[in-house]
Design a protein around this ligand. Structure first.
Ligand code: ADP
Ligand code: MG
Length: 216
């Protein structure tokens, strides 16, 4: 679940964003809509505990994030949040399998090689485990990044513009994979997007519309 109340954030330099309240039940799907610059990535950063709110409250999977200090927030995120960033941030220095293994280091857990292989297999890319990211197609890289996102069975999956720069078929594929992953883990799914195709493809999903110029 994700629940916010009078949530706002502030960047150094003065940009302030205020967000409408939202309540998403555990296992629900939220489409976070709005034009570029409306605060979608900022909202995701708040939900991931990457940024502390300037005011208001956000509770994610039962945890009030304002109650955590920076070190606790990092530990909490590593264990409970699956973040699929807009840029995938796969390390070119590591194989696909070792990119996934990094998730365990971040969470302070022993690496489970069998689970890495199983996660890749679920997304149909286990044959690519020994490759470097540079040797993947765009669609393969996104599947690898999604396998990394859901490796520790997160309570919440946050995806930032997962269909940007994809053609219609690949965009539908990405949405299907995200929904299947969320369902498999009983995770709450948030998709931040300015892509009208996402709204059309997810008519059942709850929506939070952000306005140009910031938040509410
Ligand atoms: P979106 O993801 O909807 O495009 P963002 O959350 O990235 O929107 O940005 C919302 C607003 O916050 C924009 O006005 C942007 O310029 C500003 N902003 C984002 N990141 C920073 C930052 N690190 N420092 C200052 N302003 C920022
Ligand atoms: Mg953004």
């Amino acid at each position: 679940m994700i629940s916010t109340r009078a949530l706002a954030c502030r960047y150094p330099g003065g940009v302030q964003l205020a967000f409408p309240d939202v309540n998403v039940p555990q296992g629900g799907t939220l489409v976070l809509r709005g034009p570029s610059g409306s605060g979608k990535s900022s909202w995701l950063a708040l939900a991931a505990g990457l940024m502390a709110p300037a005011s208001g409250e956000i509770v994610v999977a039962g945890q009030c994030l304002g109650a955590l200090g920076p070190v606790q927030r990092d530990a909490w995120r590593a264990r409970h949040v699956g973040f699929l960033p807009q840029r995938l941030y796969l390390s070119e220095a590591l194989t696909v399998a070792d990119n996934l293994a990094l998730v365990y280091y971040a969470a302070g857990l022993p690496v489970d090689r069998a689970a890495v292989q199983a996660a890749l297999q679920t997304l149909g890319v286990d044959g690519l485990a020994a490759r470097r990211p540079a040797a993947l197609s765009g669609g393969q890289a996104q599947r690898v990044a999604l396998a990394r996102t859901v490796l520790l069975a997160p309570r919440v999956i946050l995806a930032d513009e997962p269909t940007a720069s994809l053609d219609d078929a690949a965009a539908q594929d990405a949405l299907d994979l995200l929904q299947a992953a969320a369902q498999r883990h009983g995770a709450t799914l948030v998709i931040a997007t300015h892509d009208a195709r996402v709204v059309q493809a997810l008519p059942q999903a709850q929506q939070l519309a952000l306005q140009a110029g910031g938040g509410s």
